[in-house]
Design a protein around this ligand. Structure first.
Ligand SMILES: [Mn+2]
Length: 431
């Protein structure tokens, strides 16, 4: 496997931190043993965790107002894959990449697949894009895509999604994520029901093109760019559409796509209960954005989401396997550092949720011992599992401290030298 950061440098980094890590690991192991938990089992669990990196995340996304490009940003999908591989090399938690078309459209899908294979990467869900016009596109999406009043525009948007499925098949992907910004900016602009009817009609054509072993994920978003009424604004609409379309259609939960203070973990529980939880876009948010790094604002919410996922996994068994993807926009940080940090934060929530003794919690719930129930979750959330995550990485050949190791490696300096800025070659998008 091609490695982009010198393995000797990673080993030296790990050697430097080895004695401290071992001491912390042993101390945590003793503490967990007193709680009846085996640290080795938790480390093995951490090693099995994986979250996909979004190809658009390795470039600077910017905001609605401006983009401030960083040094050495990837200029094409092949360079994006290199950055994704560096992230996985150091974190060992991101073995797959979620592509976005047409931004990532390769001239030769086989060549792209071969590069991914060489880098030890696979492709997760592919994403379509009908929220902006492309060059040489015949019909504009200014007034919508899958919901457009123009049948020719809708047909063009459907054809693009089917093209994404074909490309995804060639790359070994198994799912299509559809997010549309379609909606209205003014009351009266849309017939609200009519727009959703057109959406479902378009999605039926896309659904019909899905291979048997594929899923389509419906991603909802409360608002933006439609500021009055977004057609697929909430999980209820997403669920209704996924149900109407059939078993291969599921709902995708982007943590930033809800009204402030929404109980997202309850949405997760509902979708899991009815077999419609397709996957996640992880990020964090303080107000109405969907851009901040996972776990940077509300790590307890992230933990509570994984607490529901742990419950669902116990109930559903191995068939329960929602797709985990990051979806962030980086404006003031190095995207590689943010993505590594976020992957670790999501993995942290996963391991912390595994610390909850579910039988004990169920007994406390049965007994209506409310305070003890709350304390059982808090005890898990307060446990610093950092040594488990670091040990899992080191044992898998990753870095004890991925961000520090990345900085020591000089990867960004090399990228800046090898990738002179190219006008108009933004490596990302705001999704
Ligand atoms: Mn998203």
């Amino acid at each position: 496997m091609t490695t982009l950061i010198d393995a000797g440098l990673v080993a030296a980094h790990n050697d430097k931190l080895a004695s401290g890590l071992q001491a912390d690991y042993d101390a945590l192991g003793s503490m967990l043993a007193r709680r009846g938990r085996d640290i080795e089992a938790l480390t093995a669990l951490a090693q099995r965790f994986a979250v996909a990196v979004p190809s658009w995340g390795v470039g600077t996304g910017g905001t609605r107002f401006a983009r401030f490009p960083g040094r050495g940003e990837p200029r094409n999908v092949f360079e994006k894959l290199d950055d994704c591989a560096a992230i996985n090399q150091l974190t060992r938690a991101t073995p797959s990449v979620s592509l976005h078309f047409p931004w990532d459209r390769p001239t030769d899908a086989n060549e792209l697949r071969q590069q991914a294979d060489a880098l030890g990467l696979a492709f997760d869900a592919v994403n379509s894009n009908t929220f902006q016009d492309q060059q040489s596109q015949e019909h504009t999406y200014k007034y919508g895509s899958l919901t457009a009043t123009s049948s020719a525009t809708r047909a063009q948007a459907v054809a693009h999604n089917i093209d994404c499925i074909e490309l995804g098949r060639a790359l070994g992907s198994k799912a299509l994520t559809v997010w549309v910004g379609d909606g209205a900016n003014f009351p009266g602009q849309h017939n609200l029901r009519g727009a959703l009817e057109r959406y479902l009609d378009s999605m039926c054509s896309i659904y019909a093109a899905l291979p048997d072993d594929w899923n389509v994920f419906i991603e909802h978003k409360l608002f933006e760019p439609a500021f009055y009424a977004t057609t697929i604004a909430d999980w209820g609409t997403s669920f209704a559409c996924a149900t109407a379309l059939g078993p291969k259609a599921k709902c995708l939960v982007d943590l930033g796509h809800h009204a402030p203070n929404t109980n997202i973990e309850m949405i997760v529980a509902r979708l899991a209960q009815f077999g419609k939880l397709g996957g996640f876009h992880f990020n964090d948010s303080k107000y109405g954005d969907d851009d901040l790094d996972s776990g940077s604002i509300n790590p307890f919410q992230l933990f509570l989401v994984f607490n529901e996922l742990a419950d669902a996994a116990l109930r559903e068994g191995p068939s329960f396997a929602p797709a985990y993807m990051l979806d962030q926009s980086h404006n003031v940080t190095d995207p590689i550092e943010s993505l590594m940090s976020s992957a670790v934060e999501v993995q942290r929530a996963y391991v912390q949720a595994a610390l909850v003794d579910r039988a004990e919690l169920a007994a406390l719930q049965e007994a209506n011992d409310v305070l003890s129930c709350a304390q059982a979750l808090k005890a898990a959330f307060r446990t610093d599992v950092s040594p488990i995550l670091a040990m899992a990485r080191v044992r898998a050949g990753g870095a004890a401290d991925p961000v520090a190791c990345y900085r020591e490696s000089g990867y960004r300096d090399r990228a800046a030298a090898n990738r002179p800025a190219k006008a108009g070659a933004s490596g990302s998008g705001i999704v």
